[in-house]
Design a protein. Structure first.
Length: 247
């Protein structure tokens, strides 16, 4: 069992880093057909379509039961965010494209500097997005905020279990666990600590909610991912001496 659980821990930190802290990028959610359908249903049920809200914002209206005043303010803030992000892309898009091209070049020093410059620009864009996401979260009541944090953690966790045929009862239990841990998870700024929290949550889900067959499927999946990671790392180490020799 311990060996199995160690496999479960593999890749969790990567999963944390791969998702936006607020997970509120409507564009990304609308990029997949399944989520498009979910967002459309949410808009029809809760007036999101009338307000022009999409993706995670339409889901927010549904999940939290936002009143008319909150929906109106949310629409206003979402529009402001979209304008700010479009302005950032217009101002920096070409520069970021140029930096990516330099990173592909053979000049190692220029490539390293381009990577640093690109990271700085991406961090700047992240700050713009965070500012607007914080404003959006500011319209929620404390109770709604806690519920939303739990729901976002549930979304993150369910990405891992999408390959399993969880029953509605199992999903409800996972959601309950995420609801209890959501606020602490959202408040944790340290990426490593966040990964550890997610690992503990997944361990609890494995032990308390999944059945034997589901655990076996996840173990096989994690083992395959772990072996793939080792292979990629081995190839990277193999290529390193050649790079140093070329220098």
């Amino acid at each position: 069992m311990m060996k199995t659980l160690r496999w479960w821990m593999a890749g969790l930190t990567v999963l944390v880093l791969a998702i936006s802290p607020m997970a509120m990028r409507a564009e990304g959610d609308n990029g997949k057909e399944g989520k498009k359908k979910d967002a459309k249903v949410a808009r029809k049920k809760d007036g999101g379509e009338k307000k022009g809200l999409r993706g995670q914002y339409a889901i927010m209206v549904k999940e939290l039961g936002l009143d008319e005043a909150q929906q109106a303010k949310l629409t206003e803030l979402v529009k402001a965010k979209e304008q700010a992000m479009n302005a950032f892309r217009q101002e920096n898009g070409e520069k970021m494209k140029e930096l990516r091209e330099i990173m592909k070049g053979e000049d190692k020093a220029k490539a390293e500097q381009a990577e640093k410059d690109l990271k700085a620009l991406m961090a700047k864009g992240g700050e713009v997005e965070k500012k607007h996401n914080d404003a959006i979260l500011g319209i929620l009541t404390p109770e709604q905020t806690k519920k939303w944090q739990g729901f976002q953690l549930f979304q993150l966790v369910m990405r891992r279990y999408s390959r399993l045929d969880l029953t509605e009862e199992q999903k409800a239990k996972v959601r309950e666990m995420c609801g209890a841990a959501g606020a602490d998870f959202a408040a944790q700024a340290d990426k490593k600590a966040k990964g550890e929290m997610l690992g503990k949550l997944n361990k609890d889900i494995a032990e308390k909610i999944l059945n034997d067959e589901q655990r076996a499927k996840m173990t096989a999946h994690d083992e395959k991912g772990r072996e793939g990671g080792k292979k990629a790392e081995g190839e990277k180490k193999k290529d390193k001496p050649a790079e140093e020799k070329a220098d």
